[in-house]
Design a protein around this ligand. Structure first.
Ligand SMILES: Nc1ncnc2c1ncn2[C@@H]1O[C@H](COP(=O)(O)OP(=O)(O)O)[C@@H](O)[C@H]1O
Ligand SMILES: [Mg+2]
Length: 346
């Protein structure tokens, strides 16, 4: 198979913990042709979508560990038609590059894209989670999204809780997530001004019920084709409200609880419907905080904690999808030929 990873620059990979690297390594070990590129290297040549793709060169002996494989990789850059790939992994960091999605619109029927272009459009920010069950399910914390500062101040004043969470609509890695203490009234309007009007255009912000127990950590669940394949707990550092490992959270072993399993059962079919095949859920104390669809991480850390190789599950899945599609196409071609041959008989 031909597999392309549209991702952050290769040089930015942290070999010991990078999820994309585990997927590249597994693909390469299985003998697939593997290429990597950054989104800005997409291009159009005579009306077809091409990319300047760095194809991985052959290697004498492939190290069995992704971290040992990383420094050995050599590339050859080629301009290649994107529809020549069987699989595209979208592994660029959020926020989503909408131009990249426009490029991929014209190849999405020829290539299996994880995650699906339409799904990413739908789920590219935290509104996807906030609006997921339209208030009918109690698995999402009470969430408000607005640009209206006075409305948000009123919500905070009227809230029974002494604190709430404020975050930008399309942040990631914990950036901009803060706890608003009700007693710090004097700071709240200034903070809201900053979050809403601090940039060129006014921004939406999320105000969310603070989920009790967050100091004990949040759970990252990796979902493949709508089912959980692995999980870990991330415990925030001391004096830190955010559990993200990028801001000092520690990964610890975790077994899914009944409530977490139920969340997966509720959310899984919707994810598959939306073409979101490889997704990271963030759950705190039985509440779904976030659905990460762009380049979710966690494979390396979960592997280390549970002695698994979750990248194998992902590759098994994509090989199955691609070979089923190919079998369907071959069947169609054979049947078409049978009909055509019948016509030509005297
Ligand atoms: N409603 C909440 N209650 C308590 N803690 C929260 C809440 N929302 C976020 N956090 C903390 O902040 C972290 C980052 O929030 P999240 O919504 O996942 O944004 P990001 O996309 O930046 O990861 C979470 O992992 C959690 O530790
Ligand atoms: Mg998160």
């Amino acid at each position: 198979m031909n597999i392309c990873f549209i991702m952050y620059p290769w040089e930015r990979i942290s070999p010991a913990t990078d999820t994309t690297l585990t997927l590249i390594h597994e693909s390469y070990q299985r003998g697939h042709n593997v290429g990597v590129m950054v989104p800005s290297n997409l291009t159009i040549r005579e009306n077809e979508v091409f990319g300047f793709v760095k194809m991985l060169k052959g290697m004498e002996k492939v190290p069995t560990e992704p971290a040992k494989f990383y420094p050995k990789v050599e590339f050859e850059e080629k301009m290649l038609p994107i529809s020549g790939f069987d699989v595209l992994f979208l592994r660029a960091n959020p926020p989503v590059d909408s131009i990249m999605l426009n490029f991929l619109d014209s190849v999405k029927d020829d290539v299996f894209i994880l995650n699906d272009v339409e799904g990413i459009r739908r789920a590219n920010n935290k509104l996807y989670t906030a609006g997921m069950f339209g208030g009918t399910e109690s698995i999402i914390p009470k969430t408000y999204v607005s640009k209206n500062r006075d409305y948000l101040i009123r919500l905070i004043k009227e809230s029974k809780s002494d604190k709430m969470i404020l975050k930008p609509l399309d942040g990631y890695g914990g950036s901009g997530v803060i706890v608003l203490e009700k007693q710090a009234q004097k700071n709240i309007s200034s903070l809201l001004d900053f979050y809403i009007s601090g940039q060129k255009d006014q921004q939406y912000v999320i105000l969310q019920e603070y989920v009790e127990g967050a100091d004990q950590g949040d759970v990252r669940i990796l979902m493949l084709n709508g089912k959980p394949i692995g999980a870990m707990k991330r415990v925030p550092a001391e004096n830190e409200a955010r559990a993200n490992v990028s801001v000092g959270g520690t990964a610890v072993k975790h077994q899914l609880t009944k409530t977490e399993q139920r969340i997966c059962e509720l959310v899984g079919p919707k994810l598959v419907d939306d073409g979101l095949y490889f997704v990271g859920l963030d759950v705190i104390n039985g509440k779904l905080i976030e659905v990460n669809v762009l380049s979710p991480g966690g494979i390396s850390r979960i592997n280390k904690l549970n002695r698994t190789k979750l990248q194998k599950n992902v590759l098994d899945f994509i090989e199955y999808v691609v070979s089923s599609r190919e079998a369907a196409l071959n069947r169609k071609l054979a049947h078409r030929k049978a009909v055509e041959d019948a016509k030509h008989k005297p």
